[in-house]
Design a protein around this ligand. Structure first.
Ligand code: AMP
Length: 312
């Protein structure tokens, strides 16, 4: 009866899921320059689903939608204003479905009223991003116009000095395409440790591999900096929420990311951090002011629920 599509970029047009019409497809097409790797295959998926399931409603769930609540001071870049007005260059953020899903799960788990959670959601998969959640809404996030900025990821660099791009072009004669490939596919954990699988990096750390240790240290230090920044913009927070492949499964990453944050009310319990559960898990110490939660994400379920809610 319905097909839910995860669509990469809804620009500033979509703040929630929508039934796909010709007009919606045109808008997804219009945002291709902002998401050249995601929107074209999403449109292809929609075309195929329409052919295979001609009687079903097609629903688009945008990865950017949840972050549409960000205020201008968070989403604007300090570049000439015309580039925002004419070309829509601004931060949109990604992984919205996951940040929304785990924050709503946590809100319910903590027994809070709807739209009252204040938290930091930390999605650590192959792609990684964090979001500052205030009153249940995203007010800032670490990805931007594209999924490239912010945290160190499997193969993406995360934040770098943009002048590195000029250096690569001017001194190493690299083309824009080659730089794009370098920063998106050959950087991050892979760039530092030669491998983007966190399981392998963790096991190399256990064998005292210096390059794997450096990769983990850089990865966790970046998360820690964003925790500090987001606590500053949220104010009093209820919880820190870890999710996705690494966030749900790596005690080492959670431990290193939380280390030294006791003065901010973040105190991890070492034994609880080691336990593995498939449901929501609390891993903070009794004295911790913030709850530290591991919340399994489920983007497929969330997309299905949003599609179902729309067609009913
Ligand atoms: P995702 O994109 O959410 O599927 O997450 C993929 C990432 O999760 C990869 O880097 C995996 O190495 C990582 N991952 C999965 N299981 C574990 C684990 N047990 N320990 C550390 N990292 C893991």
């Amino acid at each position: 009866i319905a097909v839910g599509h995860r669509v990469g970029h809804g620009g500033d047009r979509f703040s929630e899921a929508t039934i796909i019409t010709d007009e919606v497809k045109q808008v997804i097409e219009k945002f291709v320059p902002l998401a050249p790797l995601h929107n074209p295959p999403n449109l292809e998926g929609i075309a195929v689903a329409e052919e295979v399931f001609p009687n079903a409603k097609q629903v688009a769930v945008f990865d950017t939608a949840f972050h549409q609540s960000m205020p201008a001071e968070a989403y604007r870049y300090a570049i000439p204003d015309r580039l925002y007005q004419d070309n829509k260059l601004r931060a949109y953020g990604m992984h919205g479905t996951s940040h929304q899903y785990v924050s709503k799960q946590a809100e319910r788990y903590l027994g809070l009223n709807k739209d009252s959670l204040n938290a930091i959601t930390i999605h650590l998969g192959n792609g990684c991003s964090m979001a500052a959640i205030k009153n249940g809404k995203s007010i800032d996030t670490s990805m931007g116009l594209s999924p490239l900025p912010g945290l160190i990821m499997g193969t993406r660099s995360g934040d770098i000095d943009p002048a590195i791009i000029f250096y690569l072009a001017n001194n190493l004669d690299m083309s824009v395409k080659e730089i794009d490939q370098l920063l998106n596919k050959e950087s991050g954990l892979k760039g530092i440790a030669g491998n983007n699988d966190m399981r392998s990096i963790v096991s190399r750390v256990e064998q005292q591999d210096a390059q794997a240790r450096l990769a983990i240290d850089m990865y966790c230090y970046r998360i820690k900096k964003f925790i500090g920044a987001y606590l500053a913009v949220i104010g009093k927070a209820d919880a820190l929420i870890f999710t996705a492949g690494v966030g749900e499964n790596s005690p080492l990453v959670r431990q290193e990311a939380c280390k030294g944050l006791e003065h901010l009310g973040i105190q991890l319990n070492a034994a609880k951090n080691q336990q593995k559960k498939s449901s929501i898990q609390e891993i903070q110490d009794t004295g911790s002011q913030l709850k530290i939660l591991v919340v399994p994400t489920n983007e497929e379920l969330s997309i299905a629920e949003q599609a179902y809610a729309l067609i009913s």
